[in-house]
Design a protein around this ligand. Sequence first.
Ligand code: UGA
Length: 443
Amino acid sequence: MKITIFGSGYVGLVTGTCLADVGHDVVCMDVDAAKIEGLKQGEIPIYEPGLEGMLLRNVEAGRLSFTTDAREAVEHGVLQFIAVGTPPDEDGSADLKYVLSVATTIGEHMNDYKVIIDKSTVPVGTADRVKARVKDVLKDRGASVDFDVCSNPEFLKEGAALDDFTRGARIVVGTDSEAVRERMRECYAPYNRNHEKLMFMDVRAAELTKYAANAMLATKISFMNEISNLAERLGADIEEVRRGIGSDPRIGYHFIYPGCGYGGSCFPKDVQALARTASQIGYEAELLTAVESVNKRQKVTLFDKLSRAFDGDLKGKTIAVWGLAFKPNTDDMRDAPSRTLMEALWAAGATVQAYDPEAMKECRRIYGERDELVLVADRQQAVKGADALVICTEWKEFRTLDGEWLKSQLGFPVVVDGRNLFEPAAMKAAGLMYYAVGRGDTL
Ligand code: UGA
């Protein structure tokens, strides 16, 4: 099938590349000329395991190409995916200016039937707005061309996006049109062989499904973080509690890991946007607001624990940080707990000596060159001469630790572990003061 993808960011590139890989003829369009030029030279603007190889292979095979030419892009595909960004507005609601500008572009150039697909995470009612915009533009042109708008939210996790796309649990399509159902079935047929994954539903239900899924997952995390704070104060070990409740199949083991708060480009933004949608229609989403505030508080706990270990005086101290990305297998630092920590440390007069396997370039881009941020080549160098260690991301390479060696490196034997990677007893036996999340020791 001929497919056009608007937006060559994370979602657009993964979607375009995966669809090309199963034989579709895909054109990716972006208004950012430098990005498109780079992609034409084989430069991938994001880090996602497996993406580069798959993308280059499909470009080579002639199934995937990139353009800034709107006319060419609109003419190409019968399916027109909108996968541009929806950054939060000042009030937390999703800003639709990019989505609607793609709708305008499509309206300006289309001359035959198109299925316009909202792939970006957009508030309930957006498909109607896209439809109205395209209609207006067609009317201005005096053109009469048939089209449909449907919702097809993505459920990609950064770091596992290719797998999620090709082996996802479900493919949600919101539409009331048989013509759309037929074309979407054809588009996704290669991924829909073993069992029926396509779920057709009403447009608004599909739009809400996306937010509800992310809000549910964020709720699980905030719930566990709340219980871990109780566990800490009550002298219980949250890891035992986690196993205790996870074994109930109604609860399950997924997404109940306590930590230093959720980050990334999705959960914080989507929970906020859904709460905002609620208040716009006069409904106070109390649970969503609580999920968000528990998360904000959780991000501060790393600094609080460290600060208490140093009696509130971190001035002049050097703190080693392992992990900057909001989670492993990505270089993404959007809303990462490491940022809350580092910014608090700098405000307290401390220096950060950090290492991350992928996110150091991104960290430099965000914070620039500054004396209080030293980026080093590995985790050993990060702790050398440091006064204490904080673990922010559970990268695989951090999962083993020689406690005695670590103690010999640190000025003070303080370790704050935001990801519960180690057994407190073993850390204590090595002479470390080990503060994890919800594991009895409150400080
Ligand atoms: C999330 C969803 O998992 C995807 O299904 C969804 O498609 C995506 O948002 C999106 O809307 O685009 P992502 O943000 O990439 O994906 O990352 P997750 O793996 O879900 O992790 C989110 C955050 O939750 C991370 O900061 C992680 O450390 C934290 N987390 C996760 C916990 O603190 N505890 C857990 O048990 C699980």
